[in-house]
Design a protein around this ligand. Structure first.
Ligand code: SF4
Length: 300
C-alpha cells in the first residue's frame, strides 16, 4: 500500500500514451497516469521500477485532479488510470473534483484485476472503460509468478463487476455525432480509420491477456472462460509483447520471448471458439523500448 495518513499518493508519470489498443490511444494519445506500487509483484513485471517503488513522486488528491485536467487540455482522448487500485479513495475523489471542474473525456481504468469487488463498485459511474488483465487461470502459475495464489478467482469476480457496469461496448467517431456498436466497429472501424477518422471506445470492457512463454494452454483456458461467460459483450486483447526483463533472464521460460508459433496457436484457438471481438498484435512489438521512461516523473 502506497498511501499515507496525509492522503498522499504516488505517481510516476502522467503523459500522452500511444501504445494502448487503437480505440483507446487514438491518434492524440491516451492520458495515462501511472501509479506507483502494485499488490501482485509479478516476477516478470515490465514496469518494475514503479511497481516495486523507486521511481515516482508523492502528490495530493488536488494535484491529481489538476493532472487529469491538464491531460485533457493537452488533447488526450481519455484519462487512463494505470494500476490505481491501492489509491482508490484518492482516485475517486480526484475524479469527482475533476468532473465537477469540467472533465468530460472518458475515464479508462487499467488494472491487473487483482482488486476487491467493493473497490470496483466505488468506480461505478466514474469509469467508462475498463481495461482489466486476465493473467492466469492456473493457481499454480499465480503462485509461481506473483506473490498471491488466488489471482484467478479474484480476477473473475472483479471482471464480472466491471462488465456489469459497462455492459456492451460502444464506440464513437471523434468529432461526429452518433455511436457504433461492437458489430459496426468490427465491420467498419478499420476502414473509417484508414480514411483518417478516429474511432474510440466510449464505454465497454476490454480484457487483456498477455501470453507468457510456455503458457499457451493456460491462455486457451482464459479465452474459453471469457468467451463462454461474456460472449460478444466484451472485447479481448490477446498480446504477444512479453519482454524478458533482467530479473527473469535466467528462467528457462520467462527468459525468452513468446514464439510466433505459440501466439498463432492461441489466436487460432480464439477463432475456433468463435471469438469475434478481439485485438491481436502483429509484427515485432516485444521490445523494452516500448516501456515508458519513468525516471523523469513527467507530467507529475
Ligand atoms: S500486475 Fe502489472 S504492474 Fe503489477 S507487478 Fe504485475 S506486471 Fe507489474
Amino acid at each position: 500500500m502506497q498511501t499515507d495518513r496525509h492522503g498522499l499518493l504516488r505517481v510516476a508519470r502522467a503523459a500522452l500514451h500511444f501504445w494502448e489498443e487503437p480505440c483507446i490511444s487514438g491518434t492524440s494519445g491516451s492520458g495515462a497516469v501511472f501509479f506507483c506500487g502494485c499488490g501482485l509483484q509479478c516476477v516478470f513485471c515490465q514496469n518494475y521500477r514503479i511497481s516495486r517503488g523507486g521511481a515516482g513522486k508523492n502528490i495530493t488528491t488536488d494535484r491529481l485532479s489538476d493532472i487529469f485536467l491538464e491531460l485533457a487540455e493537452k488533447g488526450a482522448d481519455n484519462i487512463n488510470l494505470v494500476t490505481a487500485g491501492h489509491f482508490i479513495s484518492q482516485v475517486t475523489d480526484a475524479l469527482i473534483r475533476a468532473k465537477d471542474r469540467g472533465l468530460s473525456i472518458p475515464v479508462v481504468y487499467n488494472t491487473s484485476s487483482y482488486e476487491r469487488v467493493e473497490d470496483i463498485r466505488r468506480l461505478d459511474g466514474l469509469v467508462d472503460v475498463y481495461l482489466p488483465d486476465f493473467k492466469f487461470m492456473d493457481n499454480e502459475l499465480s503462485q509461481k509468478y506473483t506473490r498471491v495464489s488466488d489471482y484467478p478467482e479474484t480476477a473473475k469476480e472483479a471482471i464480472r463487476e466491471m462488465v456489469r457496469q459497462t455492459g456492451e461496448a460502444v464506440f464513437y467517431i471523434k468529432g461526429e455525432k452518433g455511436r457504433l456498436d461492437a458489430e459496426e466497429y468490427n465491420e467498419s472501424g478499420e476502414a473509417l480509420m484508414s480514411h483518417g477518422k478516429e474511432v474510440l471506445m466510449q464505454r465497454g470492457t476490454i480484457v487483456r491477456h498477455l501470453l507468457l512463454p510456455g503458457s499457451a494452454d493456460d491462455s486457451k483456458r482464459i479465452i474459453r472462460y471469457l468467451h463462454d461467460t461474456y460472449g460478444d459483450t466484451i472485447f479481448l486483447s490477446i498480446m504477444n509483447q512479453y519482454t524478458p526483463m533482467p530479473q527473469t533472464a535466467s528462467d528457462p521460460l520467462l527468459g525468452r520471448r513468446v514464439r510466433d508459433s505459440e501466439y498463432d496457436e492461441v489466436i487460432d484457438f480464439a477463432i475456433s471458439e468463435g471469438v469475434c471481438n478481439a485485438f491481436i498484435q502483429e509484427g515485432d512489438v516485444a521490445k523494452e523500448s516500448f516501456i515508458p521512461d519513468f525516471d523523469t516523473n513527467q507530467g507529475v
